[in-house]
Design a protein around this ligand. Structure first.
Ligand code: ADE
Length: 240
């Protein structure tokens, strides 16, 4: 892994390396936790705006992890720089989502096949129609199989990347649910669009932390266990 001599407005590695495969939690403190808990020989490569990033090895394979912040603009700018300036080619968002189907239990995994959105992010690509950004089938297939081998329940489907956590219209969740969308979150469409436009691979993996149909919510302890399972699963992409 070459040392990273270059920098961007948001990422200043100061000579530390960045791996081609990177896990992207929203919360930078989660990135720190992942580095401390799952990586070996981790070195920090970013602290600009406290958006911590680390590189180390996972079971002998190079792996980086970095926070992205919340929302499409935030993940979009970090993923753009990671792809275009630092050469990342496998980007895996790890986060939580709100279930839009009564079939999703708390702690279940959701793998985003595609991302629908109420954001205007896709307009910049100026396509003559409505684009449906999708995740990498290779990454999705690998993680889906790995979940099965571990006895974890994983659902693959469409997610709704929303610009709003608090929706002005009460039936927002129901309207997306009616179209078969599995879950709501706030970043994936930006990541998938950037990855597709650049010809690299991306995947978003979530644990269901709340359910907008059943109104169930995870406790902080449940969140922690679910999170650990998801990280180990997402890190299997280093095998590819
Ligand atoms: N992430 C986890 N739960 C969510 C929700 N209900 N809405 C948006 N993002 C989420």
């Amino acid at each position: 892994m070459p040392a990273t001599g270059t920098s961007t407005p948001h990422i200043k590695p100061d000579g530390a390396p960045i791996a081609e495969t990177i896990l992207l939690p929203g919360d930078p403190l989660r990135a720190k936790f992942i580095a401390e808990t799952f990586l070996e020989d981790a070195v920090q490569f970013n602290s600009v705006r406290n958006m911590y990033g680390y590189t180390g090895t996972y079971r002998g394979r190079e792996l980086s992890v970095m926070g992205t912040g919340m929302g499409i603009p935030s993940i979009a700018l970090y993923s753009w720089e990671l792809i275009h300036v630092f050469g990342c080619t496998k980007l895996v968002r790890v986060g939580s989502c709100g279930g839009l189907s009564g079939d999703l239990d708390l702690g279940d995994l959701v793998l985003a096949q595609a991302a629908s959105t109420d954001s205007n992010y896709l307009a910049q690509f100026d396509l003559p129609g409505t684009w449906a950004p999708t995740g990498s089938f290779r990454l999705l297939d690998h993680v889906y199989r790995a979940a099965g081998e571990r006895g974890l329940t994983a659902h693959a489907g469409n997610v709704f990347s929303s610009d709003t956590f608090y929706h002005a219209q009460e039936d927002t969740a129901q309207r997306w649910a009616k179209m078969g969308v599995l879950a709501v979150e706030m970043e994936t469409v930006g990541l998938y669009a950037n990855a597709a436009a650049a010809g690299v691979e991306a995947l978003a993996v979530f644990t269901v932390s709340d359910n907008l149909v059943t109104h169930a919510q995870m406790t902080p302890e449940e969140r922690q266990t679910g999170f650990a399972n998801m990280i180990e699963l997402a890190a299997t992409v280093t095998e590819l």
